[in-house]
Write a protein that binds this ligand. Structure first.
Ligand code: DOR
Length: 442
């Protein structure tokens, strides 16, 4: 008897937990109904994926989409458009908006702005402060929350939990894995004169490796005392790869494509303040250590830290220029180019962008290309050679540090719960975004 389904993606090369092999994917009601040879099935729609690779949907667990309050840089619609055009099926968005996401009402407001307006699925972090520390345990389990984010060093916005006593209170409040921006505020304050000399090349000297390492050591000690799992965002130093690698029982961590791709001083020579972000892009020896961490299997996820600012804002004299660069749309092309260059395997890429986020954050029904899971798929052409052009970029900030670069490997299709959201550079089915669900808060 013929089985029927909504959609069959036919003849692609499937990359998942099972290896890499030719096969079809059948989808019904937004979920994967069958994988393999579905020759006996009929479908309302068939997509020809011959010559393409079908990956589980890429999840970017660190983006800043700036809504509410900073919509001149980005909003939930434009940021998620950039995401799906770049092959990303779900994003976790950061709390340093205006106002910052520090209360249940502000979280609910973001979820309601996003539902049915964002093009990909989403979750939002709740921002930790010394004032809301005691409420975080209740807030982190609310619908649409990916957990708590704590800034131990100040960056864009005013979220900051600086002192050990307050960090300990935050860690004691709640149970989910907590995401942390790990830079030591005291050391940054003491060394601010380095930045005030006005040369962006000094950004990684001001916020030096010790700034990051000091905070990460403090965090590990406090997390162990609290019995709390931590997730260290955008790790940038060779020392932290070693330290975090020795603490994998409680610590997971992220690296970004930009820290894997560009290095000081060249990036500041070529890009000036466009390369300014926190923690900084550092010298090549650190970049190499991040790759060693990927090869060793201890880096858990890739996040873009998509942090758009306008060109006019970025043109301010350093250090008055804001830190951050866009990246959600270039994550997949940049990393596929690294796959092409032999820096990581396609399966390790899937591990970092789907299986890793699933393991770290415990999503319900996402992060795995398997029967019964949400039909979130990133379909890529490993042979496509394309230029990262401004006409392709969707972020409201209007620029990318990788503009003009040519890469080999490109996202061709983005499917979110069975909806063909992007195909071959066009937004086909917009605005179906829903909140990601998590196993710990079902
Ligand atoms: O460079 C950065 N920019 N690092 C952060 O931690 C925040 C981000 C932003 O929001 O602009």
């Amino acid at each position: 008897m013929t089985k029927s389904c909504d959609l069959i993606i036919k003849g692609g090369t499937i990359v998942n937990h099972d290896g890499i092999g030719l096969g079809d994917v059948a989808i019904t009601n937004g979920r994967i109904a069958a994988i393999g040879d579905v020759g006996g099935w009929s479908a309302a729609e068939t997509v020809d994926a011959r010559g393409l690779h079908i990956l589980p949907g890429v999840i970017d667990s660190q983006v800043h989409f700036r809504e509410p309050g900073l919509e001149h840089k980005e909003d939930l619609e434009s940021g998620s458009r950039a995401a799906v055009m770049g092959g990303v099926t779900a994003v976790f968005e950061m709390p340093n908006t205006k106002p910052p996401t520090t209360t249940a009402a502000l979280l609910a407001d973001k979820v309601s702005r996003a539902t049915g307006r964002m093009h990909c699925d989403f979750a939002f972090y709740v921002g930790a402060t010394p004032d809301n520390a005691d409420d975080l345990g209740a807030m982190e389990i609310l619908p649409g929350a990916s957990g708590v984010k704590m800034f131990m060093g100040s960056s864009t916005g005013n979220l900051l939990v600086e002192r050990d006593g307050d960090v300990a209170r935050v860690l004691a409040s709640g149970r989910r894995r907590i995401a942390v921006h790990s830079e030591d505020e005291t050391r940054m304050r003491e060394r601010k004169a380095i930045a005030d000399r006005g040369d962006v090349h000094d950004h990684p000297n001001w916020r030096d490796a010790t700034t990051a390492v000091t905070a990460t050591n403090r965090l590990l000690k406090l997390a162990r005392a609290a019995g709390r799992r931590i997730h260290v965002l955008h790790v940038t130093t060779a020392e932290e790869i070693d330290i975090l690698g020795a603490n994998k029982d409680i610590a997971t961590f992220e690296v970004t494509p930009q820290h894997l791709t560009i290095a000081a001083p060249d990036c500041y020579d070529h890009l000036g303040t466009l390369a300014q972000m926190n923690p900084p892009i550092r010298a090549d020896e650190h970049r190499q250590a991040l790759w060693a961490g990927i090869r060793a299997g201890i880096v858990d996820v890739l996040g873009s830290d998509h942090a758009p600012h306008t060109i006019a804002e970025k043109e301010a004299a350093y250090p008055g220029s804001p830190s951050g660069m866009p990246g959600v749309q270039t994550l997949v092309p940049l990393m596929l180019n690294h796959v092409h260059n032999g820096n990581l395997t396609l399966q390790r890429f899937v591990d970092l962008t789907s299986h890793g986020p699933n393991r770290v954050f415990g999503m319900a029904g996402k992060g795995r290309l398997a029967v019964g899971y949400d039909a979130d798929l990133t379909i890529v052409d490993l042979r496509a050679q394309r230029r990262i052009d401004s006409s392709w970029l969707q972020s409201r900030c209007g620029w990318s540090p990788f503009e003009g670069d040519t890469v080999i490997g490109w996202p061709i299709g983005t499917f979110v719960r069975g909806h063909k959201v992007m195909w071959d550079g066009s937004l086909v089915t917009p605005s179906r975004g829903q909140a990601v669900r998590f196993q710990e808060t079902l």
